[in-house]
Design a protein around this ligand. Structure first.
Ligand SMILES: Cc1ncc(COP(=O)(O)O)c(C=O)c1O
Length: 398
């Protein structure tokens, strides 16, 4: 008898509207603040960006942080700070979003892909350790789905090999390790506030840096290399009053985006609690199904619960793609985190990679799926997901 037939799980109902894997939570306070910015006459980086940076700094326990146009922007500038250049190598997981490999490629360095831990999907730090070579300049690990990496093992690897660590914390605002937030472990750390993330500025991100000098350089590099921001020039000396000491980009956050962010941050802890409750409920409800779930974390750590990802068992009656199709038929969205950098044409062809080179990341790409998880998911929504998933995996109720 399967979980459906035993009555542990409700039979599948078609969800009334499409239920997405993620959904931005933008309320009245955000809308009013955006309107106030639009009416203020100053819409680009200015006082709201400064306030968001200040509040992020105290939430994370990280002294120096700069708000940018995306997490990708933060990763790119972090590689600049790390001095990564042509012919260097940067170690990063194969099981991540392509942003990580793209930014390395743009520096002229070589992205060197590391396989993942088959149980968690996170970068295998032992393998990364073994892959450090004379050209390795930086390591870019990812707190996949909001699950924090083992920060003690990471610090040990960093210090033994004298590497710069650029943490990709796109999914991980609110995650903790050993009582400290991800973002406060002494590395360069890039967060995403894209509309799909735990908090949003629609598009946006922030980079934690290690000193006041690095923060000043990030500010410069984010605005064409100018020695002074337009806000600091505003109302004082004329626009010619700046110098360019190195060529920069155009990657600063706007005050319109920051206006949203300053009303998201105070709600984050409440949202994390709801995400945690939903994740635990999924753990309970899915326990009898042919799925593999990641192990729990040590008690001192906290998962930011950005994603709820499971792997369809290799011997399940339906494969992962069939499960995705069946859930879509029930109006339930899913996603794959991730397809594998080594499986994208550009990287596969440029570096001569194939699926067998990174077997665990390939397995993750073929068998994993992420289920709806955000504070807008009700218990009833979740019952619909679980019912549809059980039916997709075990066949309809006889
Ligand atoms: C792991 C990871 N890194 C980086 C990014 C890039 O974030 P952004 O869109 O803010 O540049 C994403 C986006 O989804 C991501 O999932």
């Amino acid at each position: 008898m399967n979980a459906l037939q035993s009555g542990v799980i409700e039979p599948a109902r078609r969800h009334r509207d499409f239920l997405g894997v993620t959904q931005p939570m933008i309320g009245a306070a955000e809308q009013q603040e955006v309107l106030a910015v639009l009416q203020s006459g100053w819409v680009v980086a200015g006082p709201r960006v400064g306030r968001l940076e200040h509040e992020l700094s105290s939430y994370l326990g990280a002294e120096h942080i700069r708000a940018l146009s995306s997490c990708t922007a933060g990763l790119l500038l972090a590689l600049r700070l790390a001095g990564v250049k042509r012919d260097d190598e940067v170690l990063l997981p194969a099981n991540t979003f392509v942003a990580c490999a793209n930014v390395v490629e743009h520096t002229g360095a070589r992205p060197v892909l590391v396989d993942c831990d088959p149980a968690t999907g996170l970068i295998d730090l032992d393998q990364a350790d073994a892959m450090v070579g004379p050209r390795t300049r930086a390591l870019m690990p990812v707190h996949l789905g909001g699950r924090p990496l083992d920060m003690d093992a990471l610090a040990d690897l960093r210090d033994r090999h004298q590497l710069t660590v650029v943490e990709d914390a796109a999914h991980a605002i609110g995650a903790r390790w050993g009582g400290r937030c991800i973002g406060a472990h002494g590395n360069l750390v890039s967060f995403s506030f894209h509309a799909s993330k735990n908090i949003t500025t629609v598009e946006g991100g922030a980079l934690v840096v290690r000193s006041v000098e690095e923060a000043a350089r990030v500010e410069r590099l984010a605005v064409q290399g100018l020695s002074r921001s337009s806000w600091s020039r505003h109302g004082r000396s004329g626009p010619a009053d700046y110098d360019v000491v190195e060529p920069g980009f155009k990657l600063r956050m706007s005050d319109v985006a920051a206006a949203i962010g300053i009303h998201q941050l105070p709600r984050l802890e409440g949202w994390l609690a709801r995400r945690e409750a939903l994740a635990r409920r999924y753990d309970e409800l899915l326990a009898g199904l042919p799925l593999e779930s990641p192990p729990s974390l040590p008690a001192h750590a906290r998962h930011a619960r950005h994603l709820y990802t499971v792997k369809v068992a290799a011997d399940a009656p339906s494969d992962r793609d069939e499960v995705i199709r069946r859930l879509a038929d029930h109006n339930i969205g899913t996603s794959v985190h991730f397809q594998g950098i080594h499986r994208q044409s550009f990287f596969r062809e440029r570096y001569g990679l194939n699926d067998r080179d990174l077997p665990h990341a390939t397995d993750w790409a073929l068998r994993s799926l992420s289920l709806p998880l955000h504070p807008g998911v009700s218990d009833g929504d979740q019952d619909d997901v679980v019912g549809a998933l059980a039916e997709a995996l075990e066949g309809p109720l006889a």
